[in-house]
Design a protein around this ligand. Sequence first.
Ligand code: GLU
Length: 323
Amino acid sequence: MSGKLRLAALAAAAVMVVAAPPASAQQRFITIGSGGETGVYYAVATNICRLVNRDTEKTGLRCNAPAGGGSIANLTKLRSGEIELGVAQSDWQFHSMKGTSQFEKSGADPDLRAVFSVHAEPFTVVARKDAGIKTFDDLKGKRVNVGNPGSGQRGTMEVVMAAKGWKMSDFALASELEPREQSQALCDNKVDAIVYTVGHPNGSIQEATTACESVLVDVSGPVIAKLVAENPYYSEAVIPGGMYRGNEQPTKTFGVRATFVSSAKVPDDVVYSITKAVFDNIERFKKQHPAFAALDPKEMLKAGLSAPLHSGAVKYYKERGWM
Ligand code: GLU
């Protein structure tokens, strides 16, 4: 190429760069905080992102949903702006808003906003069949995975233990494995029981009940009834029989709601677009995971929400005539 031609080519390339800025220049990246890959939060977050990303050309939003540590980790990251939205249990949403329980040190989060609620999450205890654990009280003296710090189940387990007057030292072992590791640890006989606050059915409990003989454990009685009676974010729950291999009878426990939350610092148009992407396509969304099958939009605007609704979500709900 002659010097002149090369210059012309360079000039053309320069013009192209100026005339066609990379698409990413107009894109806004948002991150949704979720949970472990074998749980349901990960399915919530990845499927919301999938719907949002179908509209990137229109909205400029690029959504991503990496696996994460669960409720308390998500609520903490929302405060610092590390994520724009996240999934969190109704009990931890309440405490983050109020600055109580696990959030006593960090204080109330006045910017916390609810977007909608998702599936119900029973507090789920699974034990090896050979461990002889029939009810929650039988966990005393056993090897128990109490969950990773930052997860909802770890926080809720600590609440139940406090109500029962138990300490971690009451267990022969209290491990802190993440959800994706816990079922294998159970079936490898490294622990006797695992604890998971999670929607059903899910991959983790499915693994725990198919890779070895294990049973769902009853979590009821006066202490639990008192917790449910005294706290608006808890309710009685039943894990249906026949959902998992070897567990034909329903299991009594208590539970929370999975909720989708954001921050007042996140602009209205962002939360509006995400809310619209989900509810305009709700039938499609419901098909993405069996734990979503019972979702009902009317209930999703209320159940388990204690923080004020984000104004971007309110705009969409008003458009639909739901508010
Ligand atoms: N409820 C659990 C938590 O808050 C997560 C459950 C899931 O990932 O589906 O950590």
